[in-house]
Design a protein around this ligand. Sequence first.
Ligand code: FVH
Length: 288
Amino acid sequence: MKTPVTVLGLGAMGTALARTFLAAGHPTTVWNRTPGRSPELDTLGADRAATAAEAIAASPLVVVCLLVDDTVRSTLDGLDLAGKTVVNLTNSTPDQARATAERVTAAGAQYLDGGIMAVPAMIGGPAAFIFYSGVEEAFEKHSGDLSVLAKPAYVGADAGLAALYDIALLSGMYGMFGGAQHALALISTEQVPATSFTEQFLVPWLTAMLTSLPSMARELDNGPADTAGSNLAMQAAAYDNLVTTAQAQGVDPRLLAPMGELLREAVAAGHGDRDLSGLVDLLKTPAG
Ligand code: FVH
């Protein structure tokens, strides 16, 4: 028999998680603050618990997927978690994850924090992965169960690490989307169709540029190397044209402008011969 699983939270993501556990044959108990959400799960065989406590009591493996950290706290605090493995897939900061780990551990459970790198439609599919951190024994015990949701990637015993990896990837994603939104705003000022511009030019260009990331990462690990013809002094000089063009076309440069400031700072600090990896150290400085 497959491990019985409880899913707390039936938002878009919790529903996808519960549906995927059910499809894989796990006896699945669900609970949601607002009763009756995602009725299709009943047809698929889910047991619906009336309270979070009842749902937790039903399974050794408890997966939590709520809106934010506060909701996890208010849902779990005071409940009997003895002997359970609690896997919290709610988006959290590293510090929030560590604090939840302490509370859940004090309540007698083993804790894993998780960062889902997928949208709900990707759950159970080949491109989805989930970072986990926390008690390694709990991960070893349940990685098979959790792998039905997405490829599991265990990143360490510090419960905050999965959130750090998750937020690092989300930060990269929002930077990429921010650049793309700006490009689309710019091009639409001349009535260029967004679809053809995106398919013919934006996606191929961004895809080509992404291939330079591993060499930048190697520089961070191994020290500066050849800039391959695109040094920061050149980029800082050209960047002014990005902001000036945005303003001339009536596009707000607020997503773009900070990068220009950073480039100028890097050149002023003597890093003009580096490539974009030279900005990473500059970003780390204020936080120490
Ligand atoms: N959906 C996505 O694309 C992303 C993908 C990556 C991971 N995130 C994170 O997953 C968490 C849940 O996201 P979601 O998409 O399921 O969010 P919603 O559809 O808005 O559902 C929210 C659930 O949280 C429940 N909830 C809200 N407040 C409370 C509370 N005070 N006490 C108990 N439960 C609460 C809500 O219940 P209800 O409103 O139906 O009663 C939903 O079950 C999230 O951390 C994402 O960042 C998703």
